[in-house]
Design a binder for this molecule. Sequence first.
Ligand code: MCN
Ligand code: FES
Ligand code: FES
Length: 915
Amino acid sequence: MKILYRKELIVNGKNVFVMVDPEDTLAQVLRTQLHLLGTKIGCNAGQCGVCSVLLDGKVVRSCSLKMKRVPEEANIVTIEGIGTPDHLHPLQLAFMKHGAAQCGFCSPGFIVSAKGLLDQNASPTRAEVRDWFQKHRNACRCTGYRPIVDAVMDAAQVLRGERSEEDLKFKLPPDGKIFGTDMPRPSAAAKVTGTCDYGADLGQKLPEGTLHLALVQAQVSHAKILSIDTSAAEMMPGVEAVLTYKDVKGSNRINGLVVYPWNQCNGFDRPILCDEKIYQFGDALAIVCADTIEHARAAADKVKVEVEELPAYMDALEAAAEDAMEIHPGTPNVFFEQPTVKGGETKPLLEKAAYVVSAQYYLQRQPHLVLEPDVGFAYYDAEERLTIHSKSVALYCHADMIFEGLGIEREKLRLIQNNAGGTFGYKLSPTLEAILGVAVMSTGKPVYLEYNMYQQITYTGKRSPFFVDLTMGADKDGKLLAMEYDFIVDHGAYSEFGDLLCTKGNQLIGAGYKIDHIRGRGRVTFTNHAFGSAFRAYGSPQSFFASESCMDELAYQAGLDPFEFRYRNLYREGDTTPTGCRSDVYTLPQLFDALRPVYYEAKERAEQESTPDIKRGVGISLGIYVVGNDSADVAEAAVELLSDGKIAVYHTWEDHGQGSDMGALASAHEALFPLNIKPEQIKLVMNDTACCPDSGMAAGSRSQVMVGNAIADACQKLIDAMKKEDGTYRTYGEMVAEEIPAKYTGNFATGHLCTILDPKTGQFNPYVAYMYGVFVSEVEVDIKTGKTKVLKMTAGIDIGKIANKTVVDGQVLGGLAQGIGLALSEDFEDIHRHTTLIRCGLPFIEDVPDELNIYYLETPREHSVFGCSGVGEAPLTSPHASIINAIYHACGVRIRYLPALPEKILAGLKDNHQE
Ligand code: MCN
Ligand code: FES
Ligand code: FES
């Protein structure tokens, strides 16, 4: 017997009666019964605040509140009750102005929470705003929190009548240009009003008859599969089908897209559904398709899997050992190796060097910790194409990766990106796309699959840890002489993008400094841990953690200030990168000059403010990242003059949350400027392979340069076609009358500007642009607890011309916050413990200082039509290294294995004491 409660609630000012299961949560009822989809569900465990609503004036996390606890006639305010796109509340306007909604998944929760604060305290201080969000556990992975506090402070002023709402609105500058301004991104209004539908919201709008999917997943990390028995599950109520590898029509392998022919694996190692072996915890073994999710899950529990466990290699060193068994039989565990040979022999130089540091550095398996768990759905469209909606940030690439495995013609596959609540790169790998495909191809019906946060954390890719053995040597004047390294990448269970990751290490260890003589080796190994996927700044946090720590150690050994030691060795005009090519611009000395006062003032402050119990310190690091795909990148976009005079821009510049809509709009508006059109006359048609050309993946911070250029090219072609002899432009009608096409495809390719990797030396010129960052961090270390707090961070950034200031600020601030997590708390090592956002070390607002400052140098880049370089990854290249260096400066403890947990610092203090 199922019991329901009849409840009267006042929701957004309206009295409603609902008949509810008392065990259901308020979030479920709001979303599924009242169709208020602005309230999002992230962790579903009271940890992230994205589900916040007001209940009788108090902020509550609706995912954790069962309906039996919701009082009769409770007054509930959701984001829909605060404002609408036509009537925005000052909080919503201020969030738009400050770019406080990037992916926007946390925004409804933050805005509701802020409303709760301002209702009871009209004039909060910044500290009170921060305390409030900490107390209510409002988490954000994108913004670094500062823009959110800025927005609340501005909104409070408006609500107090000290400023007008108009102040918060964007005004077109007199020249009519939006490029380089702080215009809010086009999706901002939808994000701050909760009207932006993400995958799970669209899932609520799928038609009846859509099948719900539940996965049967591996509970061990390495095993032989003896049998999978689905018979009991098939008999369960509501079950349409229980699918295993036997139901996959194609090769059942995802194509890992091997790049370099000397890679020892062919890239076809990841099964869609495991057949012979389990390679990592969480691997998908079977899919249950049922009429409801409850039925699907109940049946999934009935699938019987018999396995023979095998030794699980949970780190690179174990897996690379001589006696380790092959994880993928027939392929050695260490499947890729790349040497670097630059300049002359390094041994004699290091033997003669006045100062030498040799040490091992380890950067951990950083989890992405997005707030929106993975989600997608699929169906056959009117042209009988298998249509897959997901968070993919590599639409065309994913089609290439899954079509053979599914056994479908490439042209019969259509991929669409849903609005994504952050990916930070994990969606460079297909996650559930192929699983959805198998389910549609087997049942012929629409299907829907969402992961919960546990699945998101345990069964999506992670940043691959690097063990780096590094030696750097300098002469008596503090000039670098030579570098040697040997690193091994723990790439987890599958090979995809592993060779590319390895070559990033070769490109970035020691980058930024003139080092004429390098001998190095990078290797990549399979392990049985979570598969390695892309993560913002792919390969650079690992590389710079090693070289920026080593530089610091060398500076102290040489008796030089770490700032000065770096400064002496920075790239100057004509110096070459570790892969032996010129850099695009040589502005690191300027960035250092700009941050010099910040650094020395901070040092002085640290000395003055340190106490015996709380030690303060300052650290510096530099970081460089590369723009685009190695050696030969291509992007396409198209524009079309429409009959109403608007111009459509078609592209697959996927949006993680970084702001691809803004980038495409700013680029198109700038390129179309001769036509004198307004931003609202540009229509963005995005991220559907059926109608948008292949702009490439939103990775490698390539899109502003690559897709921006392709858009500009298409716009120029359209302008040329529209131009009349008298210099005026044809209307749509005139184009039709004169039979001139109204649609043009533009492209940009870098192949002719780059060279390819020399397998013997690792030398090549892979990119047309780079981004540069210098990071200064101030920390305090509590000597009694070992806990580190970051007090202030300053970033000096050169990313070329800025297309949109608000977006770029947001990218940098968010990257710094992720750097704090990387330095101090984030990890996915223990597959049984690191299973929630909090246990994985997600930084909350109290962990990120309010003082985050940015200094920009806008050195125009030659190969971007607009003078841009990329930005997305620059701020996560090495901020963590500056924090680790600051810890050393504060208390003399050198952390070489991240994260810098309090117990490691306490152990270091103890060791220092004993020495
Ligand atoms: N931009 C700009 N001026 C420049 C360069 C870029 O205004 N000189 C803007 C662009 O218009 C775009 C944004 O900055 O809106 C990032 O552009 P770009 O650096 O070209 O990077 P991509 O668009 O290719 O984005 C990918 C990059 C990567 S690789 C990851 S991972 C990432 C990231 O950006 N993941 C993110 N930023 C993220 N931000 C959020 N909120 N969420 C993620 O998951
Ligand atoms: Fe409710 Fe995270 S706190 S979804
Ligand atoms: Fe906060 Fe993305 S904007 S999680």
